[in-house]
Structures are given as structure tokens and as C-alpha cells.
Design a protein around this ligand. Structure first.
Ligand code: ZN
Ligand code: ZN
Length: 257
């Protein structure tokens, strides 16, 4: 199975999984990069997975319907271009012979879902997490609360360490700059930043990341770490309680340049 990040707009990725014949895509904010990729390898579009309702994730859905030979899946609790198969936490979908479990991850939007494949035939698990978890960061809280985002990120952080984390934006380097401000003594973070700089300099994505790596370097998954909590308390967190830490980190990041 091939896992590819198709660049879209300025910093989005539309993820594509294909087996050489059939493809599934995730969050097609625009159709042109998808059509180009399908045509280049003569792939049949078997399904579309949508994580949340933002235009940069659903804007290409309708234009792809004429190419689509299967369903559009999306969150039941959000407005997605109709018709689509509505999903809630605990549901599972089968695409390209792979089973994906649906995980509710409210915070960035109120009905945001993620898709998790546990892996088989020796391949690492796969997570499509939209705008909830980014490498080194998390989505802005447009519709949800810090407590919701903390719980959502906790569910993702509990997935197997080898899970390939397929985020919907290339925000990694700017997130790592912030992560360094939060945790300047984190050696894994420094090494990972060097690797990501080299990837971007070579025109390559920094993604997918892995859950194990994010646990080591992502401050939003590290709210229990004393160093992270101390930094957050220097930037407005009222206590070292993890939700208060996350709320202060998210606010600090919003203003960070
Ligand atoms: Zn979004
Ligand atoms: Zn987005």
C-alpha cells in the first residue's frame, strides 16, 4: 500500500493511499491535485474520507464525485457536502480492504473525527488526524475547549508509537520553533528540528510523523512534563493542571512569531 502526501494550496496535504489500482483520499480541499495524481497512475478513486468541515478540507469533494466509485465518509456532527456517509466515534469503515476506526477528536471543530488503521501484514498503523494533531503542535481551538482538545490529543497519544501520523498541514517547522521556546532543553526536539529543516530544504514533506516522536517533542502532548508546565505557568497558566497548561500553550502559540 502506498501512502502519499499531495500538496494543495500553500501548506495543505491531501493524503492518498493506493494499491496501484484503487485509491482513497483524505480531505480534498481542492480537486486538481487529486485528479492529476489519479490520472498519472490510472487509479480508480474508491472512497473519500473527510475529517472536518473546513473549506480547505472539503472544497474539492463535489468536483471529484464524477470520478468517485464509492462513498464519501465524514463526521455526522458537522455539515459536509451531501451526500455522504455520517460517522461517529467507534464506527469503522473498510476502504481498499483496510479497516479504519473512527475516533471523535473535538477541539479544532466541534465534530472533528480522525481515522485510525491498526496496521496489518507488517505495515505500521496509520492515523489521518486532519487539523487536530500536527507535528509539534495542534489545531487552533475554533469551536472546542482546551479540555476537549486535551482529551482528544490524549486519545491520539495513546495509539501505538509506530503509528504514521498523517496531518493535513505542513506546519512542522513553525511548530518546532514554538516547541523550542516551551522546552529549550529537549534534545530529541533539537535533533528532530535539524532533520525537518533538511527535509524542507530538499522540498520533501516532514510528514508522516509518528506517535512515538510526537510524545517526545510535541508540547501539546507533554502537558504533564514539569518543564512544559513551568513554561506554561510563565505564560499565564494558573496551575500545572494539564488542561490549564494546554490552554496557556495554545494562547501563547496564537501570539507566537
Ligand atoms: Zn481546519
Ligand atoms: Zn486545515
Amino acid at each position: 500500500m502506498n501512502l502519499i502526501a499531495l500538496p494543495a494550496f500553500t501548506d495543505n496535504y491531501i493524503w492518498m493511499l493506493h494499491d496501484g489500482h484503487r485509491a482513497v483520499i483524505v480531505d480534498p480541499g481542492e480537486s486538481a491535485p487529486v485528479i492529476a495524481a489519479l490520472d498519472a497512475q490510472q487509479l480508480v478513486l474508491a472512497a473519500i474520507l473527510v475529517t472536518h468541515h473546513h473549506a480547505d478540507h472539503v472544497g474539492g469533494v463535489d468536483a471529484l464525485r464524477s470520478r468517485l466509485q464509492g462513498p464519501v465518509y465524514g463526521p455526522k456532527r458537522e455539515r459536509i457536502p451531501e451526500p455522504y456517509e455520517p460517522l461517529v466515534d467507534g464506527d469503522a469503515v473498510e476502504v481498499l480492504g483496510m479497516r479504519f476506526e473512527v475516533i471523535d477528536v473535538p477541539g479544532h471543530t466541534s465534530g472533528h473525527i480522525a481515522y485510525f488503521h491498526a496496521g496489518d501484514r507488517g505495515e505500521a498503523p496509520i492515523l489521518f488526524c486532519g487539523d487536530t494533531l500536527f507535528s509539534g503542535g495542534c489545531g487552533r481551538l475554533f469551536e472546542g475547549t482546551p479540555a476537549q482538545m486535551h482529551r482528544s490529543l490524549g486519545r491520539l497519544a495513546a495509539l501505538p508509537g509506530a503509528t504514521r501520523v498523517c496531518c493535513a498541514h505542513e506546519y512542522t517547522l513553525s511548530n518546532l520553533k514554538f516547541a523550542h521556546a516551551v522546552e529549550p532543553a529537549n534534545a530529541e526536539l533539537a535533533a528532530y528540528t535539524e532533520w525537518c529543516r533538511a527535509q524542507r530544504a530538499a522540498g520533501r514533506p516532514t510528514l508522516p510523523s509518528s506517535i512515538a516522536r510526537e510524545r517526545d517533542i510535541n508540547p501539546f502532548l507533554r502537558c504533564n512534563e514539569p518543564a512544559v508546565a513551568a513554561s506554561a505557568q510563565d505564560h499565564g497558566a494558573e496551575s500545572e493542571e494539564p488542561v490549564a497548561v494546554l490552554a496557556a500553550l495554545r494562547q501563547w502559540k496564537n501570539e507566537f512569531r
